[in-house]
Design a protein around this ligand. Structure first.
Ligand code: ADP
Length: 435
């Protein structure tokens, strides 16, 4: 339930995230393209103005110094050109289209093609634009004070400066929108996270409440079953004392067997609910080896029926501290299952070890094993593998392992299982020595 709500809110946040991302990237792209036009326009105006203002100075310097003091002329021209980094070259051209001087010395003495003659003779400036509307060249006429027009200056504009500015601008826009994007998404993620925590909290509270209701219900049912079960047991015991024969004896035995099973189930339920609600565990000395031996002895009929080989060293006495009643139940569960789910002529190995810190108990069988997907759930309540239940005709509630886990955990220990499907299983528990 919580997961669906959280998944839904995660989906919501992803969609919002995508919407914000789209809005920010379109806004940035729009800003960049709009300002590209503005910046290009400004840049064009700047070089136009520069050409207009510098032509007079360059041409006058040419007239004054070109022949008599070329170095002085070149120095003045370079100083003027240095004022605008976008100008990569300047030429001085006469009205016949002949290039009298070029700042890179490459086009000196060449003549402009006939198609450019009109522009070179015009009294107003002319511009050549690139495909992106940037000015590539400017022809700026030099008109002397008394109206004569003998020279023009032609400026070649480099694209590098504008490109650099555009690049800078684009990076700034994208960086600021990325910052804005994170600034707006962060609170969203944070709020969503808080919501997730709230959903989880509410759901876990609800689950705890439901669990408590379930435990209370089970305790109530189990308690109420105790009296009718003891009545059934009492009467069947009485009936058994009569000399019954044939079918009547069989009926009474079946009823008695049913009552025993019911009794076992109610006692298990009552033990689990009592342990889960914090029953304090007794701290008595428990001889684990002895309990195991007694369990094997009481199962000797089933062991013989199945012709099982038992490998158990009863000389290795290991003692633990805890509740004799409960630890016996845990051991009985492991041993009973190892018998119940074993194959004919299989074997059971029981190993009990004690170290400074812990007591390790394990039961290894050569039975049907457990499927990998069932292992994680095996210790939870009412878990029974459907296949096992169908193949093996046995009585069981699926509460034994759950009770064992509850008992061992109440003793501050841990349970574990290893199994290979079709080959066998090993169930174990570990108890702290000073538990
Ligand atoms: P029950 O035996 O009453 O069904 P348990 O809690 O003891 O309940 O066991 C739960 C399930 O775990 C069993 O039904 C069986 O499918 C599986 N299981 C337990 N012990 C073994 C084992 N030794 N080998 C194979 N399967 C086992």
């Amino acid at each position: 339930m919580a997961d669906i709500k959280i998944l839904r809110s995660r989906l919501g946040i992803i969609v919002t995230f995508l919407v914000i991302l789209t809005v920010f990237s379109s806004a940035s792209a729009f800003l960049v393209s709009k300002n590209k036009k503005n910046l290009t326009h400004l840049y064009n105006e700047e070089v136009k103005l520069f050409a207009k203002l510098s032509t007079r100075a360059i041409v006058q310097s040419y007239e004054l110094y070109f022949d008599s003091g070329f170095l002085k002329f070149e120095e003045t021209t370079n100083e003027i050109l240095d004022q605008n980094k976008s100008i990569k070259k300047v030429e001085i051209i006469d009205t016949e289209g002949k290039v009298l001087y070029s700042s890179d010395k490459k086009t000196d003495g060449t003549t402009l093609p006939a198609k450019d003659m009109d522009t070179i003779r015009s009294l107003s400036p002319s511009y050549v634009l690139s495909s992106t509307n940037r000015i590539e060249t400017i022809i700026s006429p030099y008109v002397e004070d008394w109206g004569a027009h003998k020279y023009s200056a032609r400026y070649f504009i480099s694209e590098d400066v504008l490109d650099k500015e555009l690049r800078l601008y684009r990076n700034e826009v994208f960086l600021s929108s990325a910052l804005l994007f994170f600034a707006s998404v962060f609170p969203l993620v944070f709020i969503n996270h808080l919501k997730d925590i709230q959903v989880r909290k509410t759901d876990s509270e609800r689950l705890q409440k439901l669990n408590k209701q379930k435990d209370d219900f089970m305790t109530l049912v189990a308690h109420n079953l105790r009296t009718p079960i003891s009545i059934m047991k009492g009467y069947t015991n009485l009936a058994e004392e009569q000399t019954l024969k044939g079918i009547e004896k069989e009926y009474i035995e079946a009823i008695k067997d049913g009552a025993d099973r019911l009794n076992e189930a109610t006692e298990t339920i009552l033990s689990v609910t009592s342990l889960l609600s914090g029953e304090s565990i007794r701290k008595e000395k428990v001889n684990i080896t002895k309990i195991t031996e007694e369990t094997l002895n009481s199962s000797s009929v089933k062991i013989k029926e199945k012709k099982l080989k038992i490998d158990f060293n009863k000389e290795n006495v290991v003692e633990a501290t805890g509740s004799m009643k409960y630890l016996r139940k845990a051991i009985e569960c492991y041993v009973d299952n190892a018998i119940k789910f074993n194959r004919e002529r299989g074997s059971i190995e029981i190993i009990i070890q004690k170290s400074n810190k812990s007591i390790n108990f394990k039961v290894k069988d050569t039975g049907i094993g457990i499927k990998e997907e069932d292992i994680a759930e095996i210790f939870s309540s009412f878990h029974r593998s459907v296949e096992n239940t169908l193949d093996y005709d046995y009585a069981g509630l699926g509460m034994g392992l759950y009770l064992t886990k509850t008992i061992i955990e109440a003793h501050k220990g841990t349970v574990w299982v290893e199994s290979e499907y079709g080959k066998g299983s090993t169930f174990g528990f570990r108890l702290p020595v000073n538990g």
